[in-house]
Design a protein around this ligand. Structure first.
Ligand SMILES: [Zn+2]
Length: 262
């Protein structure tokens, strides 16, 4: 590639030669600094990935940054509100279709699925199906920059959770697939849905896979020691995690129990 841009003051303006993050103003324990809206392209045509929440000033800022370039499609990494809430408003602003795996999130006739290849200004973006965080999660591979957009499947900091519409067995398979893909294609950056750019894809994915196995082991041993309910397991296994994250941890524990007992 291609230079990585990693500003010190947060994800806004980060990216690669042909991928730019414009950070949405929705920080929280779950969304880290906020949602990264990615503008992908070269020349006159661009793709916009994850408009973010329904926040007028953010959507107008993204549209302004395009400086008259044409948005050929708005893509969603998945349907969660912090990524998709602004899709309809942004579609009206830039007059572009919304493509997503979930038909309920599309605007226009075209869907989005594993194996699809999109183009913008001669750049290719390859769709990689990665269910798990949610049932409809997708990643996007940008070969020109050797960069993978990961949505919430891999975050720039900490770890991702399995949402109620996700599945841990699917998630573990998706992490393995992403790792194999990253190795095969020589990925040099992960561009996440939240948090900073990750310059070491294999290291980040190995860390995610190891973390998942460790949490599963901890849950098995917490149960052996008598913890029964998801809340009891959270108290033991996530004792070192800030309490504001415990509701998310409980969601994760439920997903892991479903996996262990499934
Ligand atoms: Zn998110």
């Amino acid at each position: 590639m291609s230079g990585l841009r990693i500003p010190l003051d947060g994800p806004d303006g980060s990216g690669t030669d042909h991928a730019l993050s414009l950070l949405a103003p929705n920080p929280s324990p779950m969304t880290l600094d906020g949602t990264n809206t990615w503008v992908i392209g070269r020349g006159e045509d661009v793709l916009v990935v994850d408009p973010g929440p329904d926040d007028g000033p953010h959507l107008r800022r993204v549209a302004d940054r395009l400086r008259g370039r044409r948005v050929t499609a708005i893509l969603l990494t998945h349907g969660h509100h912090d990524h998709s809430g602004g899709a309809k408003g942004f579609a009206e602003l830039v007059r572009a279709p919304v493509r997503a795996l979930d038909p309920g999130h599309r605007l226009g006739d075209e869907g989005l699925a594993d194996g699809d290849v999109l183009t913008a200004g001669g750049l290719e973006l390859h769709v990689v199906g990665t269910p798990g965080h949610s049932f409809d999660s997708l990643c996007f591979w940008l070969p020109e920059d050797r960069a993978m957009l990961t949505g919430d499947t891999v975050l720039g900091r900490g770890t991702s959770v399995i949402a109620p519409d996700g599945d841990l067995a699917d998630y573990l398979r998706s992490l393995d697939r992403l790792r194999a893909t990253a190795e095969r294609v020589g990925a040099e950056a992960l561009l996440p849905g939240h948090g900073p750019v990750l310059p070491d894809p294999i290291g980040a994915l190995d860390g995610y896979i190891a973390h998942r196995r460790q949490r599963l082991d901890q849950i098995r041993s917490a149960r052996e020691r008598g913890a029964r309910t998801p809340a009891e397991i959270v108290e033991v296994v996530y004792a070192d995690v800030d309490r504001s994250l415990w509701p998310a941890a409980e969601m994760s524990v439920r997903a892991q129990l479903a996996y262990l007992d499934g």
